[in-house]
Design a protein around this ligand. Sequence first.
Ligand SMILES: Cc1ncc(C[n+]2csc(CCOP(=O)(O)OP(=O)(O)O)c2C)c(N)n1
Ligand SMILES: [Mg+2]
Length: 323
Amino acid sequence: MPYQTEFLLRAYRTMKTIREFEERCVKEFEGGNIPGFTHVSNGQEAVAVAACIDLSDKDIIGSTHRGHGHCIAKGCDVGGMMKEIMGRATGLCKGKGGSMHIADIDKGMLGANAIVGGGPPLCNGAALAAKTLGTKNIALSFGGDGSANQGTVLEAMNMAVVLKLPHIFIYENNGYGEGTAANYALGCESLTERNAGFGMPAECVDGLDFFATYEAIKTAIERARNGGGPTSIEAMCVRFDGHFIGDPQLYRGKDEIKLARQQQDCLKKFRERVIAEGWLQESVMNEIDETTAVAIEQAVADALAAPHPDPATDLLADVYCSY
Ligand SMILES: Cc1ncc(C[n+]2csc(CCOP(=O)(O)OP(=O)(O)O)c2C)c(N)n1
Ligand SMILES: [Mg+2]
């Protein structure tokens, strides 16, 4: 068997946790328990988990506005995340960041980012620090197909090549940037070919296939750790929900979402593959489904019971530094 059982269980458990977390975020948002804007990543779980499963807490990731899955894959506590998203004082960022600003430096999670294309430049910094200090750690930035057209991102890719930085650029191509089709917004045929033009290895993978995505990213991580510089990986994937929760999605085909859930579900594909190969028993994955549902239920109950920040003491705390 090419993969250890513990690895496969961890991959499935993490993907399932993200799915359960995101589906629950939709429900809690609709119930009025989550303030602000929330972007969920259900459908894209395989990419987040394949990218982070081999990283240590000292490796850094930079995320996006659609970052819950990246946080969970990097090891952030789901209880602390749910509290954060609900704006509670005991959340990962004391309830002040919310869905789009979750960060957890102890886990190497540099931050979700409301600025599209904000992660790659920040990760260049983390990668340059790792290279300068000789730590062998790497940085990995996530971005969407839309972010790939941002000037900041193009500049970051060029700089990463010039400085030979241990930085992996992951592009989650879910077909849309807000309501604009990815292939309309891209000025050339292939994002991957364009990224290769910067002078780095660039690969396009089926982001619904955990194993294909994992193998491509594993090679990129090895290259980065061994001084081989950056890599671009475009992972083709599907967004099951709207751009944000509440998006009417009038720009999508009539049955597009229904068909995606039926035919392009990375969790279903993972289950089918591991059962067909005889790598995992179905009953074990069913047990994981049950324990995951219980864990998310608990995270929601705890978050709803958690205190809000106190404006009298917390409003300006951590806003200004004093020297
Ligand atoms: C610099 C900047 N420009 C525009 C926006 C508005 N905006 C938020 S999300 C988004 C689309 C991003 O698309 P993509 O990178 O494909 O990510 P996805 O939402 O599909 O995950 C845009 C344009 C922003 N937040 N920041
Ligand atoms: Mg997109």
